[in-house]
Write a protein that binds this ligand. Structure first.
Ligand code: AMP
Length: 394
């Protein structure tokens, strides 16, 4: 069975066609700069790559172009071979604690929570509609970034603010990266040779966006992102947790409105803000090599906050079998993994320096006598989307 996993952004469309249940990737690619004259369509299949720069005015045009290519490149004989389409949707609010087959009611609910994710949900819906129009008879499934965290208890997800903020406006912790946290926790159980129900793991998804998750028996019990993806640990350009009063203070000092200050916390903080150099971990580690003090501060601040969250989640879980590293930095930057591990000595964590040189491959990177295993696990959100699509359309 062939399933398409889709991640639609406001001007982009990422796709992967997978053979299920083998989970083999048949084609993958991305359409970028949708709506501009020089849109870029990239498709990879086998060891071939095809890139085209042309005007792709809408997501509908992008989807039709993709489907035409699948036929023209002889990847598919007929579009009927695609049996399901799975869409990443960022925010499911409190409506969705699992993936779901897309119906008109589901589209309404995704629309309703759009004010919680104004940049993402409308874009995700554009992708859903474009595929619905191009493939009207093929079932589609929505897979939510927030769904995995709906198992958090009320004490965890509520903020200590006027209760009406929650009842009137839905102000609470939702958490994100759920599809990745779920995938990695399943892989961790496999690597630990345990049933998922018997595992306690902490997942560090550290990419340009970054969040931690405490997973008990396969269920999320806490996560570091909150009402929005701005909270938690410092990221490429996001600040992570700060005292909210700073927003008002800077607004007055710099004569900026609240939107402008929040924008700086989202786009000019984190690695970029502290280093003044770059939001990219590779640039920062190069600068650290040269002894650049602000870059050292930026990576160490992140390392400390990751370790602080791990300490808190260790207590919340009542112990922990494994700490897992995933996403761009977690999978590739051994330097960041070491910074974190060095702060976890009190938990009996011991990093194996040789194994920590590994990049992007499932590996145990702790020593034999480490009290908690350290695991490097490349994430795979597309596979989770495809698995849920198959489960729900069957
Ligand atoms: P993601 O958002 O998961 O794609 O992660 C992006 C981040 O991963 C960027 O900060 C990249 O610099 C970082 N990254 C990717 N590859 C490497 C690498 N080989 N070494 C260090 N950082 C990397």
């Amino acid at each position: 069975m062939k399933v398409m996993a889709v991640n639609a952004g406001s001007s982009s469309l990422k796709f992967q066609l997978l053979d299920m249940p083998s989970e083999m990737v048949i084609v993958s690619g991305v359409v970028e700069r949708i709506g501009l004259n020089d849109s870029i369509f990239t498709i990879k299949f086998g060891d071939k790559k095809n890139k085209e720069i042309t005007s792709i005015p809408t997501h509908n045009v992008a989807v039709n172009m993709l489907l035409d290519k699948l036929l023209n490149l002889n990847i598919l004989k007929s579009l009927d071979e695609i049996e399901g389409v799975g869409h990443r949707v960022v925010h499911g609010g409190e409506y969705f604690s699992d993936s779901v087959v897309i119906t008109d009611e589901v589209v309404d609910a995704i629309n309703k929570v759009s004010d919680l994710a104004p940049l993402h949900n409308p874009a995700n819906l554009t992708g859903i509609k474009a595929f619905q129009e191009a493939l009207p008879n093929i079932k589609a499934v929505a897979v939510f970034d927030t769904a995995f965290h709906q198992t958090m208890d009320q004490v965890t997800y509520m903020y200590s603010v006027p209760y009406e903020w929650y009842t009137k406006y839905g102000v609470r912790k939702y958490g994100f990266h759920g599809t990745s946290h779920k995938y990695v926790s399943l892989r961790a159980a496999d690597m630990l040779n345990k049933k998922i129900e018997d595992t306690k793991v902490i997942i560090c998804h550290i990419g340009n966006g970054a969040s931690l998750c405490a997973v008990n028996g396969g269920k999320s019990i806490d996560t570091s992102m909150g009402f929005t993806p701005l909270s938690g640990i410092p990221m490429g350009t996001r600040s992570g947790d700060i005292d909210p009063a700073i927003v008002q203070f800077i607004s007055q000092k710099e004569n900026k409105n609240l939107d402008e200050v929040i924008d700086e916390l989202n786009k000019k903080s984190g690695y970029l803000g502290l280093s003044g150099l770059s939001s990219d971990s590779r640039d920062l580690w190069e600068a650290v090599e040269r002894g650049d003090k602000k870059s050292i501060l930026a990576v160490e601040k992140q390392g400390k906050m990751i370790a602080d969250y791990i300490g808190a989640y260790y207590l919340a879980l009542g112990g922990c079998d494994a700490i897992c590293f995933t996403a761009g930095i977690g999978e590739n930057a051994g330097e960041t993994r070491k910074l974190v591990a060095d702060r976890l000595g009190a938990l009996g964590v011991k990093l194996d320096f040789e194994k920590n040189l590994t990049r992007g491959e499932e590996t145990v990177i702790s020593t034999e006598d480490s009290k908690i295993k350290l695991l490097l696990i490349p994430t795979n959100e597309e596979v989770m989307i495809a698995r849920d699509t198959v489960r729900l359309i069957k």
